[in-house]
Design a protein. Structure first.
Length: 365
């Protein structure tokens, strides 16, 4: 496993936890978040990291995609490169960043149910698993960010936070408990659950469509070009782009706000994730639709949300310049209420949040 440059190394060779967060600039604001756990994550022996063994389904999927991506240079066409770049933005930018993350995980805006389902389907084509697993994992990450219980903290190793955490297998009972705890609202939407179950068939159908369209237009070579570039290489690119948010954006970069974790604003991660790399801003204000809080922090995903708002298909866009929008419940309160049926979880109401939200103003919005 790679050495995490953000972790100090103790004399016994084991990583020692960071003692304090980096001091922010004089413009830094200090929202006081409450985490579900303030214990440092422990660097576990390799065997203890996978108590249920390796999830060979997940790792097999990752390996197959990378092997397919290696074939892309042998079937190069400029048309396929354009398809790959466009699909990277559609599936990664719209599907994952705007959909899985800002809409379904944090409720940064609201939209019509058919639009939600369409975005969830697009997110499924990003290859990062079902929406249920993705949202549950990410809400848990925010609740325990860089503390014990965080699914993918770089304090347990850079490679762990980037990809190795995905290899951990879970029993069906563990997964069911995880979903009920962190994504009870999604469980109540049968269409979203169906979209999640169709994850693999959707990938196969899309791949065959790319191959068939390419073959019909330009023969076998062009069909393979669209398949290797528009599917395999594009999927690998989307995956690593978003994985860098979990790894690199908790290690390298600068901070605008003091938080209880190691989140950083990282410009090159923001570039390949359409604004998700302004991660310190996001951890300070998780529900805020705009992750760019300074003039140079460009957030392409927020532009897409604003465009949807102008078209009348998005509303209640969270903007902390408005005091009324800066109030939110904690995930603990909301999830516990959901588990006891005290709160109706649906897409038209406030979704699960994962940190206590105060009412501070971001710097110079």
């Amino acid at each position: 496993m790679n050495t995490d440059s953000a972790i100090n190394v103790a004399e016994n060779g084991k990583p020692a936890m960071r003692q304090a967060h980096a001091t922010a600039s004089s413009r830094t604001h200090e929202p006081q978040h409450t985490s579900l756990s303030q214990k440092e994550p422990v660097q576990q022996p390799q065997a203890e990291r996978y108590p249920q063994g390796i999830d060979w389904y997940v790792m097999g999927w990752v390996v197959i995609l990378h092997m397919g991506a290696l074939a892309a240079p042998f079937f190069f066409t400029w048309q396929a490169v354009v398809v790959a770049l466009v699909m990277h933005w559609i599936t990664g930018g719209i599907g994952i960043c705007l959909g899985y993350h800002r809409l379904f995980t944090h409720g940064s805006f609201r939209t019509f149910r058919p639009v939600q389902w369409a975005i969830a389907s697009i997110g499924g084509l990003a290859g990062e698993g079902s929406i249920l697993n993705w949202v549950a994992d990410h809400r848990k990450h925010h609740a325990h960010s860089d503390q014990e219980g965080d699914p993918h903290s770089p304090r347990e190793g850079l490679a762990w936070s980037h990809i190795l955490w995905l290899a951990r297998a879970y029993t069906p009972e563990q997964l069911a408990t995880h979903h009920r705890r962190w994504a009870p609202d999604l469980l109540k939407d049968p269409v979203l659950m169906f979209i999640g179950r169709m994850f693999l068939p959707m990938q196969i159908a899309f791949g065959l469509a790319m191959l068939g369209i390419g073959y019909a237009i330009g023969g076998f070579y062009f069909g393979m070009s669209l398949l290797t570039w528009g599917v395999f290489l594009r999927l690998v690119g989307v995956m690593h782009s978003t994985w860098f948010v979990n790894s690199a954006s908790h290690v390298w970069g600068y901070v605008n706000y003091k938080t209880t974790d190691d989140s950083k604003n990282n410009w090159w991660v923001a570039l390949v994730t359409y604004g998700e790399g302004w991660h310190n801003n996001h951890h300070a204000y998780p529900r805020m639709a705009n992750h760019g809080h300074r003039w140079w922090e460009i957030d392409v995903t927020f532009w897409a949300i604003r465009t949807m708002q102008c078209l009348g298909i998005a509303w209640d866009v969270v903007d902390y310049k408005k005091k009324s929008d800066s109030l939110a419940k904690t995930s603990v309160q909301q999830v516990e209420e959901a588990e006891t049926d005290k709160l109706a979880w649906n897409r038209g109401e406030l979704q699960a949040e994962v940190e206590v939200q105060p009412t501070p103003e971001p710097a110079n919005l």
